[in-house]
Design a protein around this ligand. Structure first.
Ligand code: BGC
Length: 350
């Protein structure tokens, strides 16, 4: 187990940014920068033991500053969309930044993905552990309350990357944190042949602005049924309204059991390399996004052109636009409470 660090660059406002490399005893490597808490690389073995990078991103800080689609980033204060950038809490209407048409997306114009986090290594016996903290001031991007956020990345010798999220506030507010890594277990090409299983019987259908309608709909007999392993590309071009609205998969799946128990949310298998990714979480939902809005305009690591479906995201989260849907699990956090969630990405081969 070891952690090394290097200078990664300087932001436009002159803040120093570092790049950390966490390595476990199996040789698995995770690179994380304190700019946006971004995971820039995950190197894991394939079935022949060859290490390969399984996430999209950039080699340089400049790439993340200028050409990113939230690659690998921490997302806050609110992951996913809030309709019209508006919500009501304790009788007060709050207006958030509208950075996605008329809606609010991923925390606004300068979300947690674009701030420099304080960072420290936490000594631990069998894990490489990095802790990032950020104080989001009252009113930032329109949100109430000073929000103190701590995100801990832990790499184990079992090839598991665990992410612990904690947040506390001094005023009632809303919180929904996630990580926006785009995975491609083959390390090249598209993810259409990746076989995905999602532990969800229902999902939250959306309107044309990708805002949930409020309905909780069964996945049965639809292209959103991933209750048994299915290639992402098998039905992605089916004539189905929800796929057309999102140009592919871009939906919040309601994970089985409404409790906060830590459990499996999804399993992904890539047939050519044998790589397997298991996603587990305490969160009630997961946005499965098949990289529909990648359009070849971004060139990433190794000069790879990121075309449509070059990567896919498993964003464990509370449901999009929850503050405007009383039937969704609440995202309200109060001063006497602590927001706490855990998600893990575990890699193996089959
Ligand atoms: C959303 C997509 C959005 C993407 C931006 C995903 O979390 O679900 O709709 O385009 O983030 O990269």
């Amino acid at each position: 187990m070891k952690i090394t660090s290097d200078h990664f660059g300087v932001t436009s406002s002159g803040e120093e940014v570092q790049l950390f490399c966490l390595t476990n005893n199996q040789g698995m490597e995770v690179r994380i920068t304190n700019y946006g808490g971004i995971i820039t690389a995950i190197n894991v073995p394939d079935r022949d033991g060859n290490l390969g990078d399984v996430v999209l991103g950039h080699e340089t800080l400049e790439g993340y500053l200028n050409r990113s689609r939230y690659f690998g980033a921490l997302i806050g204060r609110y992951a996913n969309r809030i309709a019209h950038g508006r919500f009501c809490l304790n009788g007060i209407t709050y207006s958030l930044a509208k950075n996605n048409g008329e809606n609010h997306l991923h925390g606004g114009f300068k979300g947690f993905d674009k701030v420099v986090w304080s960072v420290r290594e936490i000594p631990a016996a069998d894990t490489a552990c990095l802790q990032l903290t950020y104080l989001s001031k009252d009113g930032e991007e329109g949100y109430p309350g000073n929000l103190e956020t701590i995100v801990t990345y832990l790499l184990t010798n079992g090839n598991e990357l665990r992410i612990d999220y904690q947040a506390t506030t001094d005023r009632d507010t809303i919180v929904n944190l996630t990580n926006h890594s785009y995975f491609n277990l083959a390390g090249s090409g598209t993810v259409l042949d990746h076989q995905v299983t999602i532990n969800a019987e229902t999902y939250t259908p959306v309107d044309k602005g990708l805002i949930p309608t409020g309905e909780i709909r069964s996945v049965r007999d639809t292209p959103l049924d991933f209750t048994s392993p299915t290639a992402i590309g098998a039905r992605i071009r089916d004539y189905y309204e929800q796929l057309r609205l999102a140009c592919g998969y871009d939906h919040n799946f309601v994970l089985r059991t409404g409790t906060q128990a830590f459990r499996n949310a999804a399993t992904v298998y890539e047939p050519t390399t044998g790589r397997v990714l298991e996603v587990s979480t305490t969160q009630p939902g997961m946005q499965f996004y098949s990289g529909n809005f990648l359009d070849g305009s971004i060139v990433g690591k190794g000069d790879r052109v990121y075309v449509k479906h070059s990567g896919c995201c498993f964003e464990t989260q509370h449901f999009p636009d929850s503050p405007n849907h009383p039937n969704f699990p609440s995202t309200v956090v109060k001063p006497n409470q602590e927001y706490r969630h855990t998600t893990s990405f575990k890699f193996s081969v089959a």
